[in-house]
Design a protein around this ligand. Structure first.
Ligand SMILES: Cc1cc2nc3c(=O)[nH]c(=O)nc-3n(C[C@H](O)[C@H](O)[C@H](O)COP(=O)(O)OP(=O)(O)OC[C@H]3O[C@@H](n4cnc5c(N)ncnc54)[C@H](O)[C@@H]3O)c2cc1C
Length: 202
């Protein structure tokens, strides 16, 4: 298998090819007591192997192939509805930081940019009004992604009763039902949290 994801209690691993197969990205997520802010830290391989010690052999073999790991501490914040003041506004992580479990942080930043440009154009350079309109169009959708990313993270890493419930609720779904459950994120939904309405100008 070239790309995919595997999960367990407090851990999961995602792997996929990049640059047409030139690079192979491994993203190992686990709960840690270490906290180091910044974008240029390296993880401790000993801790990584300890956290993944109970996973199946193919996962451990894959992890052994990497000697040095970049590390990011994952952060989010509950959604807010106001991130503009006068002629100042925010977009992307500054406005709505989210966990990566739906792989949407950069996607939301790009959607923000399209929406913002549409509003500025529609309101003919009245930046304060455009920033309010942009924020109004975006906060429910980005808030939903922030909240749902937390839910998916809890489900992926669940143990005990939560794990049983996850397996019961999600295990029996057909691929069609799984896609259907993501319609609000990827579909043409025109509602306040849908893809369609979030990008509209005017
Ligand atoms: C492990 C991991 C996996 C992820 N996977 C995905 C994924 O699969 N899909 C997805 O869509 N998103 C993913 N994301 C999220 C994505 O990386 C972020 O949401 C996205 O980079 C946010 O873009 P941004 O422009 O808002 O902020 P940033 O990318 O953080 O850009 C902000 C920039 O501002 C600079 N800066 C900060 N302070 C100053 C200053 N005072 N002066 C000048 N410059 C400054 C920073 O150096 C940085 O370059 C992932 C994140 C992580 C950590």
């Amino acid at each position: 298998m070239v790309d995919g994801a595997v999960g367990g209690e407090k851990v999961h691993l995602v792997h996929y090819p990049m640059r047409g197969g030139e690079l192979f990205n491994l993203v190992a997520v686990f709960h840690s007591s270490r906290y180091e802010e910044g974008w240029d830290s390296y993880g401790d391989p000993a801790e990584l192997h300890e956290r993944f010690a109970k996973t199946c052999a193919p996962v451990r073999t894959l992890l052994e192939k990497i000697e040095s790991w970049r590390m990011w501490v994952l952060c989010d914040r509950p959604p807010i509805r106001n991130w503009s003041r006068g002629r100042l506004t925010l977009l992307g992580d500054a406005a709505h930081p989210m966990l990566q479990y739906l792989a949407q942080g950069a996607c939301m930043a790009i959607e923000d940019a399209v929406c913002l440009a549409n509003k500025v154009e529609a309101l003919r350079g009245d930046f304060a009004a455009a920033f309010q309109a942009y924020q109004e169009a975006r906060y429910l959708r980005t808030g939903r992604v922030q909240i749902m990313a937390r839910v998916y993270g809890e489900f992926y890493h669940a143990s005990g009763v939560a794990r049983e419930l996850r397996n019961m609720m999600l295990g029996g779904r057909t691929p069609e039902q799984a896609f259907e459950s993501m319609q609000w994120l990827y579909g043409e939904d025109e509602g306040p949290t849908g893809y369609g309405s979030a990008l509209k100008g005017g």
